[in-house]
Design a protein around this ligand. Sequence first.
Ligand code: NDP
Length: 385
Amino acid sequence: MDRSTSPASRRQFLRRAGLGTALAAVVGPAAAFPLSSTEPAMQHADQKKIGFAIVGLGKFATEQMMPAFKETRHARIVALVSGSPDKAARLAREYDVEARNIYTYQNFDTIRDNPEVDVVYVVLPPALHAEYTERAARAGKHVLSEKPMAPTVAECQRMIAACQQAGKKLMIAYRAQYEPFNLEAIARIRRGELGKLLQITADHGRIVDPVGDKADTWRVVRKMAGGGSLMDIGIYSLNAARYLTGEEPTEVTAQEMTDKSDPRFKEVEDRIHFTLRFPGGTLATCTSAYSIQQVKRFRAFGSQAWLDLDPATDYDRHRMTIGDKDGQHEPPLKEGNQFAAELDHMAECVLQNKTPKTPGEEGLRDIRLIQAIYEAARTGKAVKV
Ligand code: NDP
């Protein structure tokens, strides 16, 4: 079992919820972050909470994101959108959602008449992100969309245009950019604690199992997923290389290795290795795979020290190690609820009319790069971006 989703680890995670100082330092000083374990949500009952409609009640929505609303200051679930009426009714009872606020994909557009819904959170397979973002924007709602933003650059551009035309916010759910250990890593690199940043390695892997785990069924279908491991989890390696350097790469190279006789990989890629060349002199070497056991780590090598997060992009139990001329040490950092921080950031952007830290343009940049990585793998040539 994936330890990050086991009930025991989830309980542990909730107990430990709370945030390190790095989070406030990087995202901003406003009180848009989850409560510490000693500060119950009730204390904030008087504050305005932004109403979210959850679209797609799958594994990630129900096991990670919906429980995290209990730890938000400014966000609450007010509506559910699902193709599974029984599941929707059960979750509505669990989360105190009025029965009249349960929608289907067919009557979703009538959400425009529901003033309780401020934000539509799209947690559908990637090929459906563009359609539901556009429909939500037309219904006059702000949008939080899961990653990857959409399979193609054109769809990402349509999502951005739809939200712009409607005058609504669009945020992509890059949870790692709201996670304290990642924010601490960024802060340390920006402060120059590693010296000059020279090299990054980032690896993401999991076993994709379309038979044993229903959440994986669409992951091996190209028209739903848009691609294979790179779109789904390699994107974490890519996004990390970009936020650790704070730069955009200028050139990519890539190699793919997929066993096409494996029925899981008839349509999508398994293993892909890629390099990113950054203008400041950093070279990132990234991997992504659907056929190796859980790995979610990165290491940043500077001229004076290295910083390792392993895991780096898990749901909890992150671990930072620093190595320098004096040896290795693990700075004492506190876990925080990245999901609640992300939701509160979205809510705060609506409340304060701010642009999200991870807007549509951020998602579009990754999709452009993913397409360049696929091209490099296909042609065997370096691709300038
Ligand atoms: P699941 O398959 O578990 O859930 C997807 C849900 O979408 C389904 O349960 C279903 O909900 C709805 N749905 C509607 N149409 C379809 C369709 N044609 N095929 C399949 N599902 C459909 O997937 P995940 O929860 O793992 O992933 C959902 C999204 O979240 C993806 O974009 C994924 O990339 C992202 N994700 C993000 C993570 C992160 O860490 N940020 C981690 C995991 C996933 P219903 O029955 O209610 O209609």
